[in-house]
Design a protein around this ligand. Sequence first.
Ligand code: SF4
Length: 321
Amino acid sequence: EDDLIARIARRIGLAGPPSVVRALDDVDVTIHKGEVLGVVGESGCGKSTLGRTLAGLIKPSRGEVLYQGQDIHGKGANNKLRLKMQMVFQNPHASLNPRKRVGDIIGEAVRAHRVVPPRDVDRHVSAIMESSGLDPQWKSRFPHQFSGGQRQRINIARALAVKPDLIICDEAVSALDVSVQAQILNLFLELRRKFGLSYLFISHDLGVIRHVSDRIAVMYLGKVVEIGEASDVFARPAHPYTQALVKEIPSIKRDVNSFQPIKGELPSPLSPPSGCHFHPRCEFAGPRCRSEVPRLTTLANGHQAACHLLTPGDVTQEAAA
Ligand code: SF4
């Protein structure tokens, strides 16, 4: 019976001989001070792996993660350096210890890493709670006494308390109601202005990405297939995958029958398609696409896309609103 289950699992791709999954492949992104870089793509495209790698939670098998020129995993790197990159995750409840009081949750890393002198911790936690839209008097409460939106504010306050430069938001508003989403997105932007923060903002929701991002990176099966100023990417998406994603954004101007979902599913990263990984789903695919991996081509204004149909300096047409 075990043998039969193993054979079925192998047949449907759930098991098999040990394989190497290249979750990120030749990804090179820079986040500037005070910038919001949005990362978008379907589940399994590698965007969360990118976030965890930049936060220092995953050490890349090849390549480097540089913070102001210093490799965060290199010799001489320490926890203080990694504190500069903090993550806010999707599920605001699961990431909070239910047995700890909110003041302790927010102050824990502050104390452990001596972010401020011990006598100032309480005052520091109060100030951060206020900045995050939480009443400092709630310090003695437990996480279950808060709503979903407030819990996410606690997570944000915890990240903010150690004085980071970069906050990596991994689907940080996906589990919240739409009205609360807007409040949290606006809080992120307010904190950016107040503390000069940079963000890597990961989401599958292009509407959310559009609201917060200065630049956008579109990922597909471990690769960045398009990157550029948010306004350029939305107005003139160059890669066929981005064009399809932009067409899927709901618009009050557009007839619901005009939506064209991207055909097919994201292939398994265990056996990515040859050449351009997008070719099985691309309506423009030609013979070259099946054999040759396209490189990022610079179009205009730092806008880059990886597609054989593009040549340097190409400026694509405005997308239909
Ligand atoms: Fe489509 Fe070919 Fe461009 Fe890939 S390289 S996006 S398959 S046209």
